[in-house]
Design a protein around this ligand. Structure first.
Ligand code: SF4
Ligand code: SF4
Length: 362
């Protein structure tokens, strides 16, 4: 069985405004029967709103069109993300006035508005589902597709698994990786890039020695990637556990909705090697691709990854110390991690096969 995925290309066929992506997006959303999905419903639009001075998250022009499509169908949309990202969203152009709907922290301002759900997967005993997601009637998972140091690819699965839960669960999922740090004193130059790029303030140096505060560490690998001398190494053997944990959390979240009330929209623009949570933007690694949409998460994720071609890589776009190595998907060449594994783990627990047919929007 294949699932339908629609695709609006970023490359216009003609030099007319209505052949460009915002208008194609509107046409594409029209193919997904918004009235049936969203009329009379409170619709969470789950985004990753980024942080600090990042500018590669989804442009408000596209978000506004999604919001307006929900409203036109009789739905009541709101945009949501983690409390910290919502708090600083205005500095990146996301305000209620611009987007056309309110912005709400996904688990409340204190990150404590949660509905715990027991899942019992290794160290991930419980998934604390974000209250504003569970309390909504429908959801649009509006994801920015990009590379990710921890999961190879950050798309819809990551948007839900890491974004529709509280910080505690996010940490539990990351810890499934059983990361074991090694630090080579002889390679360390003391540049402190690892400490300065840690989003969780987990690294400190005392008497010339690194100290990693395991409780705060989310195993995001930013420190390993930022280190110019490869003095830090993180054991990757728990990678599949981590990906399975993401699948479990994603399923726990999606199970709170009826199947016909969720749509996945992934924007494959400004595709950077890093996640938006780094709080800054580096060059795109491939030319802008477009936007995909569908109602099966595995199909949308597979189509997104298939549209990222290694041969389209833009030479010179990778910031040091990243470089391409080995074979496989472009994200695997950059991060050393197979980005399809998260989809495989979702398939194992009955979330879809990943087989799809692509319908191009003209
Ligand atoms: S893995 Fe991430 S959270 Fe942990 S110490 Fe490194 S940068 Fe900080
Ligand atoms: S980034 Fe690497 S070289 Fe720089 S202080 Fe950290 S471990 Fe040492």
């Amino acid at each position: 069985m294949t699932d339908k995925v629609t695709f609006a290309s970023a490359r216009p066929k003609e030099l007319r405004a209505d052949a460009t992506l915002p208008v194609l997006l509107e046409r594409m959303l029209g193919k997904w029967d918004f009235k049936k999905r969203f009329a009379g419903k409170r619709v969470a639009i789950k985004m990753h709103l980024g942080g600090h001075v990042g500018f590669s998250t989804i442009h408000p022009v596209f978000v506004r069109r999604v919001v307006e499509a929900v409203k036109a169908a009789g739905g009541k949309p709101f945009v949501t993300d983690s409390p910290g990202a919502v708090e600083t969203a205005a500095s990146r152009g996301y305000t209620a006035e611009v987007l056309g709907c309110q912005l709400l922290p996904v688990a409340g301002v204190a990150d404590k508005f949660i509905y715990p759900k027991k899942v019992g997967y290794r160290g991930l005993k419980t998934v604390n589902l974000a209250g504003n997601i569970v309390d909504s009637d429908a959801m649009i998972v509006l994801s920015h597709g990009k590379g990710h140091g921890h999961s190879g690819f950050g798309g819809a699965i990551k948007n839900i698994a890491m974004g529709c839960v509280d910080g505690h669960t996010r940490g539990d999922i990351h810890r499934l990786m059983s990361a074991a740090f090694t630090w080579d004193k002889d390679k360390c130059t003391g540049c402190l890039l690892c400490r300065d790029n840690c989003p969780n303030n987990a690294i400190s140096f005392k008497d010339g020695k690194i100290a990693i505060f395991d409780h705060a560490c989310k195993y995001c690998m930013h420190c390993q990637l930022a280190c110019p001398t490869k003095a830090i190494d993180i054991d990757q053997k728990g990678y599949r556990y981590f990906q399975h944990g993401m699948a479990v959390a994603t399923k726990a979240c999606l199970d709170t909705f009826s199947p016909d009330s969720v749509l996945f929209v992934t924007v494959l623009m400004q595709m950077t090697p890093f996640c938006d949570c780094w709080g800054f933007t580096t060059p795109s690694i491939v030319p802008d691709i477009g936007i995909v949409a569908g109602d099966n998460i595995c199909a949308v994720e597979t189509a997104s990854l298939d549209l990222v071609k290694a041969e389209d890589f833009i030479e010179g776009s990778l910031p040091a110390p990243l470089k391409r190595a080995g074979t496989g998907h472009l994200f695997q060449q950059i991060h050393g991690k197979d980005p399809f594994i998260q989809i495989e783990e979702c398939t194992k627990i009955g979330m879809g096969t990943g087989k799809y047919s692509l319908a191009r929007i003209e």
